[in-house]
Design a protein around this ligand. Sequence first.
Ligand code: PLP
Length: 359
Amino acid sequence: MKSQPTPKLRAAVAGLPAYIAGRKADSALVEPLAANESHYLPLPSVLSALAAGAVKVNRYPDMASVTLRTRLAEEFELDLDEIAVGPGSVGVLSQLISAICDPGDEVIFAWRSFEAYPILCQIAGAVAVKVPLTADERHDLGAIAAAVSKKTKVVLLCSPNNPTGTSISIAELTQFLDKIPPRVLVVVDEAYREFAPDLGGDTLALYRKYPNLCLLRTFSKAYGLAALRVGYAIAGPEIAEGLRRTQVPFSVSALAEGAAVAAIAASDDMTNRAAQVIAERDRMIAAARELGWTVPDSTANFFWLRLDDSHREQLVTAFDAADILVRGYAGDGVRITIGTQQANDRVLSVLAAQRELTN
Ligand SMILES: *Cc1c(COP(=O)(O)O)cnc(C)c1O
């Protein structure tokens, strides 16, 4: 019998990297330091909100997430229509690219940066334009501005940058925005902003001045709600409306919305926790440098070691043997999340034992 053609994936999807699940922290002895999660347990007020929401899961959530958007609008003195939410800020970014890019349109971002960026571009048929980081692991804003073409629709800046931890200062961002045509949307992915309180100003003030600026934020990192999937964008009303239209309906659950509202009410607790992470981060970086490792200053809840592939493999294997999960990047290096003080001390003993890899 002649074989019949079978259903096929779009070429763009067939070409995406297959998802490879990392090792799970399958016992309490394993330290999960590979995903930049918060190691703090949810606050009692967040747990109460989740319990209150749990008895209502037979009902759909509010599709427009008005309670959370209203709360955010009050917090930042914005209009409700300048805020769009989604299932994590990765979800919001996916909405953004499908709202703005036709196939062939260009999205510029630094590289190495967040691994979701090229994937979201490819799914949408947008062309990812990758601009290499500088030697000191920072965004090369001059080269990014120079890469803007007629086809550029979005410039995506990750500040603090995942995985290198470096940030763009407010002064640098202002200078950059002055060089970018107003028709290009400049998106700042601020997933780690709570760990970078000293950038010399406020991106929100810049947003008020530059209508082509969009800020992406999440409850997954400093707020510790990664499992609930909720993030948001601050953008001009027209863009924000586009983001709401491209959202998968009901993709922010009532549980996530309720927990996010409770988390905002407890933002002092979040700030205290972030301050402890910052103190531990700075202690870790100083200690690693003392051991001979080259570590860029970090403004996030992780730090970065640039390593060639053989050193990277050796270091990740050593961490694995010590039951510490870290994140290795082929061709680039290793990212290590800040955990509890005890976990961090375990990290330092591995870095001490592996000092021969430092040069
Ligand atoms: C973790 C992270 C996010 C947030 O992802 P969520 O979808 O909100 O969980 C966004 N951007 C970067 C660079 C990140 O590292």
